[in-house]
Ligand binder design. Sequence first.
Ligand SMILES: O=C(CO)COP(=O)(O)O
Ligand SMILES: O=C[C@H](O)COP(=O)(O)O
Ligand SMILES: [Zn+2]
Ligand SMILES: [Zn+2]
Length: 355
Amino acid sequence: MARITLRQLLDHASEHEYGVPAFNINNMEQALAIMAAADKTNSPVIIQASRGARSYAHDIMLKHMMDAVCEIYPHIPVCVHLDHGNEPGTCMTAIQAGFTSVMMDGSLQADGKTPGDWDYNVGVTSMVTEMAHYGGISVEGELGVLGSLETGMGDQEDGHGAEGVLTEDQLLTNPDEAVKFVQETKVDALAIAMGTSHGAYKFTRRPDGDILAMHLIEEIHRRLPDTPLVMHGSSTVPQDLQEIINQYGGEMPQTWGVPVEEIQRGIKHGVRKINIDTDNRMAMTGQIRRILTENPGEFDPRKYLKPARDAMEKLCIERLEAFNTAGQAAKIDRVIPLAEMAARYKDGSLDPKTN
Ligand SMILES: O=C(CO)COP(=O)(O)O
Ligand SMILES: O=C[C@H](O)COP(=O)(O)O
Ligand SMILES: [Zn+2]
Ligand SMILES: [Zn+2]
């Protein structure tokens, strides 16, 4: 199927009450793993690339790889999304490269480290929605800064994220502000902060309501019932993947992620996009470590990349099933062309519905 916009996909997800995992990619193996999982479960997918992924793989490689997966799997709607755009220019070049959706993350300034204030966030996000919507492209915004409610620290693990200690005000999205933010910026989806952070080291214990504020999602959804909510930092960091990595020479200290049941609870309350990268990184790394440890003489990359790919495919299938994305591809009978989406933005029919 053609590439789908985030807006069309998440509106479908809202209507049918399911969530869509957004899996990060950096290379062909990850793209093929996601698509195999989508194919086996008949799921629409969101494939997202960060700035780091774009510089690792090159925009032209990503563009053609996305063309390729749509050609190989013509029955699967694929949304190609920019993860954590740091400034409007980053969003515009992603659109040029064929992305159907961009995240303008104005919760942090362009350096990706310094929290942006209200005016900054509203300013850059509105600029991107205005331009992107002219082309029918969807936009995700973020209000609140990702970081740990246990330590107050932002997430620096993978090189971006707030530096230093954050206040609880910054770490928890304010529901009143969320309504105002959506009204003013007209974003298609809203990422919120409620205690998750990127990477493997999210929680020092299985999270409860004190450190993973799912109740906040319920409150924001009550106030914004028509806005698809986005959960970042939503890897589960499964214990068995930690064990495989450590069994084969890895050194990952014990850690906890976001339990799948908590995400399922979020899906009941408006969460429609669930960002997952770390779990797939761990699934692949565990198999690469295992193969190379068990076969020290091996030097054919296919011998370890194929099991790595298979492990990622398995994880993607589990999430697509758990979030009820499975089976939904067939229910999307037509991809709305970008020009038609643009016309709908122009006539106001896609304006946010806020009370
Ligand atoms: O939020 C993410 C990408 O934007 C990924 O989160 P994880 O690090 O929990 O996989
Ligand atoms: O933060 C989101 C994803 O985990 C991407 O991480 P990255 O910036 O290291 O590519
Ligand atoms: Zn990250
Ligand atoms: Zn994120």
